[in-house]
Design a protein around this ligand. Structure first.
Ligand code: FES
Length: 156
């Protein structure tokens, strides 16, 4: 993915180069680039006068951030106990098969990435998967293509 330096600068300027807005800048970068590119961390460090190690530790501490590119719609398959017993491993396989990627990978079109989580806190809906900000509960393998279709660009 090509990183636009002007986009990084815009984000930093939006927060007036102020170090107290470090997390907001990181969140905006994550949303813009679907991960936190090293260039962005360096720019934020330089322009806000925050030591690089501090920027990096914020970037690695919070689960919302990723240093590796993730898809526009990150998929999280819950592997907590309730979801596991209701078929989460088979759901994970279905997402992997449908997208042609493995756990931890991102599709070539940068739309989807797949990861697992331990419990999403809505065990009553098990098995649960999040796609982007959406929660999908009581899923079966057969639902997977239909769900992915919702997020794919409409064909002309
Ligand atoms: S175990 Fe999956 S939501 Fe709790």
């Amino acid at each position: 993915m090509q990183i636009e330096k002007t986009k990084i600068d815009e984000i930093i300027m939006k927060y007036g180069k102020r170090k107290e807005h470090l997390l907001a800048m990181l969140l905006d970068c994550q949303e813009e680039f679907y991960h936190l590119p090293k260039e962005a961390l360096k720019e934020i460090s330089e322009k806000t006068g925050t030591p690089f190690v501090k920027v990096l530790s914020a970037a690695t501490f919070f689960r919302a951030f990723s240093l590796k590119p993730v898809g526009k719609y990150p998929i999280h398959v819950c592997m907590g106990t309730a979801c596991h017993v209701k078929g989460a491993p088979r759901l994970l396989e279905a997402f992997e098969r449908e997208l042609g990627i493995k756990l931890g990978e991102t599709t070539k079109d940068s739309l989807f990435s797949i990861n697992t989580v331990n419990c999403l806190g809505c065990c009553g809906l098990a098995p649960v998967v999040t796609v982007g900000k959406d929660v999908h509960g009581k899923l079966k393998q057969v639902n997977v293509p239909q769900i992915l279709k919702k997020y794919r660009p409409k064909e002309a």
